[in-house]
Design a protein around this ligand. Structure first.
Ligand code: F6P
Length: 319
């Protein structure tokens, strides 16, 4: 393998830059040339390629976002789009590709691998919703961002003895809500994986107030309902004053945590190692402290397992 490409695709995530840096530097260390592909798969179609050198990834390990930019390309979902991308890769002599993104991005990588371009996926999404890996780059930073926000919300919630509903991202996954909920001591964590009864949620809030709590924080995953509906319902049932916070894209930005940078460095380097070994259609993942490798084909077959043990613990600790 003489020349590879790297792209980021889908929603950006803190730590993507650290992953790009690892891909570029590990490749150059091994005598492999690297091209950065701008704006995800759309950049493949438009031949938006830039030669990377050691300096081009300097001073980025601590930066959020992605220096390569990112996009969600509709054109790449068509046969014509894929054909254009493959032609461009061949014209540039790029034999392998590292795709940093979520499960949608991995479907693209798999399509390319079926057509003779070696492709390795590195999980980069704040959602931590990809199966066969306990971790995705950006998740730790996003969870910490939510926790910091809840710390602040808690101050004002206590002063006014209010109930706050904090809506967090995650698409169909409740992982950001679960981990941020545990870390911030939320009274209720509502996730799409576990159906909830709003009357039980209200009962728990009222019990809290009865035993002297001065506020109540509910972390709601975006996939589990709309915060304004939940807030209205709680007000109707309990008469309590509620306030809604939708944290939104603030969760996608910011300097990555040390953990995200380290995971990104390990995963990015591993992806290059796999390409050099002649591997394709694989995802680099993380399980029980180790880097693990999974066939890309398997990713779409399974939904990520929800951490029930942590969810149950959260319920016990928030009685
Ligand atoms: O996948 C990352 C994510 O931030 C999700 O949590 C969220 O649902 C979605 O992207 C938002 O997408 P967009 O930035 O296109 O609005």
């Amino acid at each position: 393998m003489k020349r590879i490409g790297v792209l980021t695709s889908g929603g950006d995530a803190p730590g993507m830059n650290a992953a790009i840096r690892a891909v570029v530097r590990h490749s150059i260390f091994n005598g492999v040339e690297v091209y950065g592909i701008k704006k995800g798969y759309q950049g493949l179609i438009n031949a938006d390629f830039v030669k990377m050198d050691l300096g081009s990834v300097g001073d980025i390990i601590h930066r959020g976002g992605t220096i390569l930019r990112t996009a969600r390309s509709e054109e790449f979902k068509t046969e014509e789009g894929i054909a254009k991308a493959i032609k461009n890769l061949k014209d540039y002599g790029i034999e392998g590709l590292v795709v940093i993104g979520g499960d949608g991005s991995f479907r693209g990588a798999y399509e390319l691998s079926k057509r003779g371009i070696a492709a390795i996926g590195v999980p980069g999404t704040i959602d931590n919703d990809i199966p066969y890996t306990e971790y995705t780059i950006g998740f730790d930073t996003a969870v910490n961002t939510v926790v910091e926000a809840v710390n602040k919300i808690r101050d004002t919630a206590t002063s006014h003895e209010r109930t706050f509903i904090v809506e967090v991202m995650g698409r169909e996954s409740g992982n950001i809500a679960l981990y941020a909920g545990v870390a911030s001591g939320a009274e209720n964590i509502l996730v799409p994986e576990i159906p909830y009864d709003i009357n039980e949620v209200c009962k728990k809030i009222m019990n809290g107030y009865k035993r002297g709590k001065l506020h109540s924080i509910i972390i709601l995953a975006e996939g589990a309902g709309h915060s304004f509906d939940v807030g209205k319902k709680i007000h109707e049932i309990t008469g309590l004053e509620t306030r809604i916070i939708v944290l939104g894209h603030v969760q996608r930005g910011g300097t990555p945590t040390a953990f995200d940078r380290i995971m990104a460095s390990r995963m990015g380097a591993k992806a290059v190692e796999l390409l050099i070994k002649g591997e394709t259609a694989k995802m680099v993942g993380y399980s029980r402290g180790e880097i693990v490798i999974t066939d890309l084909e398997k990713i779409k077959e399974k939904k990520k397992t929800f951490n029930m043990e942590l969810y149950e613990l959260a319920n016990i600790l928030s009685i």
